[in-house]
Each structure stands twice: as structure tokens, then as C-alpha cells.
Design a protein around this ligand. Sequence first.
Ligand code: CP3
Length: 350
Amino acid sequence: MLSKQTDEKIDQPLLSNLSGKPTKRPPIWLMRQAGRYLPEYQALRKKTGSFLDCCYTPSVASEITLQPLKRFDLDAAIIFSDILVIPDALGTNVRFEENIGPMIDGLNEPKDVAKLHFNQSLLDPVYEAIELTKKQLSSHVSLIGFAGAAWTLAAYMLQSKSAENFQKAKQWAYANKREFDELLAIIENAVVTHLVSQVRAGCDAIQIFDSWAGLLSVTDIQRWSVESLTRIIRDFKHECPTTPVIIFPRGAGTNYGLYDTQYTGASAIGVDQFTSLAWASEHLQAVLQGNIDPLLLALDKDAMLTQARENIALMKGKPFIFNLGHGVIPQTPPEHVELLVNLVKESDCG
Ligand code: CP3
């Protein structure tokens, strides 16, 4: 049984590249590959309740996870959920309002931090959705679990909603340094527990989204993003030593170097579309993932395909995971995704 599992894992192009072994052509998956650009997602959402109800209903979450895999020849599925399920399970009551985005009962007083309690049982449906999904995937397709990084989750919990610069969250952090560190530690513990449970339920790899890393100064990015991620990866590896970790410190720019494998322990780094893949491959040891501009994918298919060919040529012979620089946007024609996936899948011929 064990050797069968090991063989299956070697057979996954995503895992091969994550372990440093390039495959003839790079594996491809896309951040937000499930979601509003797919008519079948829209149709299912009309029949189901709120966005979070979908995340917390295993059969629905699993069906949405598999929707893009039915259309496109992708190398990985990412479980349909959200980074904000952790703040929800910590007791800050998350809702998603149509055309507004997430609304969270934010932390106001410093003493509110001590009231947080991680009710992990709320997340049991996520693990059930993973079990259901894993059974239906081909053995060559990897299943990715995920969580938000502590800084990004703290930013939402302190701001109460999405914002351009999360100034309220930063002000809170500067004014209440001790409580902010406590908040990061509470979130880190919940994130590690959630990631480990996702692996135990069947995920082959995990990704940690630090979507708002790019808002931090050089000093703050080191202490609140890099060091926090390093602790999360260390504690996660303690429980799951062989499961690869992809980190996505979006917007880190020249600070991407701070996140390299030798500092954080991450296997791979997701590069956004504002950072040159050529620069990253020259300066980073980590396996790279990225970085087609989601707007190009939606709006300019020919330029997108040219860029895709360039990225494949640049990374030829190196471990690499083909992806976008951020998530698929709702305006994306599904045919563009199909063209992209087919181009990458056929790229070992040339
Ligand atoms: O396919 C996948 O990638 C898996 C599912 C997934 C979702 N959210 C589904 C979702 C993943 C990996 C996420 C991560 C996530 N969620 C991040 C990190 C990545 C990033 O975009 O930077 C963040 C910051 C969130 C928080 C979040 N969730 C916001 C701000 C919003 C509202 C804005 C928006 O894009 O709609 C969401 C909602 C959300 N998460 C949707 C989906 C499919 C849209 C829900 C709907 O209206 O149907």
C-alpha cells in the first residue's frame, strides 16, 4: 500500500517539480481556477446558499473543485474554500456580501484578541470535501490544500473588510504591538492545524497565500510576513515532513529574496505578474510558480499565449509550475483558459 502511494506521488508532475525534478513540460494549475468565470459555477451558485454555505457543504465544495478539471486538462485541483474560513472559525463571524466582498466582525479592543478561540470543528466540512474530491481525481492530478498567512488574515480581521491599503489594520498593529504579536501567534496555530488536517484528509501539497505581503515596509515584511511564514512552515513540517509547501507573498517585489527556501523552508514561491520570472529564476533557489497576468488571460489571448511560450522557454530544464500571477478574474472567457492549458500540455513536443 505504501509503495503504491509513493509511486502515485512520483507520477504527479506537480510533485515532481516541487521536489526539484523538472518534467518534460511544466505542470499547470491556476489560482482561482474554480469560480465565477465558469458558467457551471454560476449555475450551481444560483441553486445553493451563500458563498460560505458552499464552502461548508462538502458535496458542493467538491463539485466546484472538480468543475475546472472536467473542462481543462489541469495537473492539480485546489480545494474550493476560502482563506477567511480561519477567521470565521476563530469566532469573528465572516459574511460575503454580493458585490462588496467579505465582511468580518473585526477586532476592536486589544483585549478582544484574548477572546479568540479556534473552533476547528466548523472546518470539518473542508476536510470532508477533500476526502470526497481525492477519491474522484486521477492519480496523476495533485490536490492542493491552502490557508492564508497570518499577516493577511490579521489584516482582514482588523480592517473588517477588503481595503486598498489596510491602514486601519496597520495602525492597530503599531498601536498594540504585544497584542498584535499574540494575534499572529493565535492565527499561526490555527493555520498550522488547518493545513495539517487538510493533508491528513488527502491533500498532496499546500499553498499559503500572503496576498497582502506587498503592503508591508521592508521591516514589517520581515517580522510579520517572512518570520511568521517561517514559523508556520516549521510547525507544519514537524507534522507533515514530506508535504511540499508553496508560498505566495504577493507584491513582495525585490523582497521576494527574503522568502527563499534557505530562510523560510518553503519548497516553492509563487511569483506575481509584477516580478520578472527571469529575475526570480536568477536570484531564488526555490522552485518557481507563476506568473501570467490574469488581465492578459482575460483580455488579450494572443499576447497571453506569446508570454506563456516565453515563460516555458525561460524555465526549460528547471523545476517550474505554470500558473498566473494572481487569481483568474470573473471576466475571463473559459476558451482562453483552454487555449493556455493546451499550449502548456503540448509544450514538451517543441
Ligand atoms: O479556485 C481556487 O483558487 C480555490 C478557491 C479560493 C477562493 N478564494 C474562492 C473564492 C481560494 C484559494 C481563495 C483564496 C482567497 N480568498 C484569497 C487569497 C488569494 C487572493 O486572491 O489574493 C483572498 C484574499 C480571499 C478573500 C476573498 N474571498 C475575497 C476578498 C473575496 C471577495 C472578492 C472576490 O474575488 O469575489 C472572496 C470571495 C471568493 N473566494 C470567491 C471565490 C470563488 C467569489 C465568491 C462568489 O461570489 O461566488
